[in-house]
Design a protein. Structure first.
Length: 71
């Protein structure tokens, strides 16, 4: 893995937020267009959902797992 051009650990939280804002504002519509692979995956997921073969999880469960690291 290559070393990032900016040592992010040296930035304050405010500087990190400003960097995110600058990067986000610099994106073009071409940068945000989904790849053909991503579109295919989304189509596959939608198909499984419509056929009733996609099992989801309640937001509360997902959120709890995100914060505790436990399913």
């Amino acid at each position: 893995m290559r070393k990032p051009a900016i040592d992010l650990s040296r930035l304050s939280a405010n500087e990190k937020c400003n960097l995110i804002d600058d990067l986000w504002g610099n994106l073009t519509s071409d940068d945000q267009a989904p790849s053909s692979e991503r579109l295919a995956e989304l189509g596959s997921r939608l198909d499984r959902l419509e056929r009733g073969r996609l099992v989801g999880a309640a937001w509360e469960d997902v959120r709890a797992e995100m914060y505790t690291g436990k399913p």
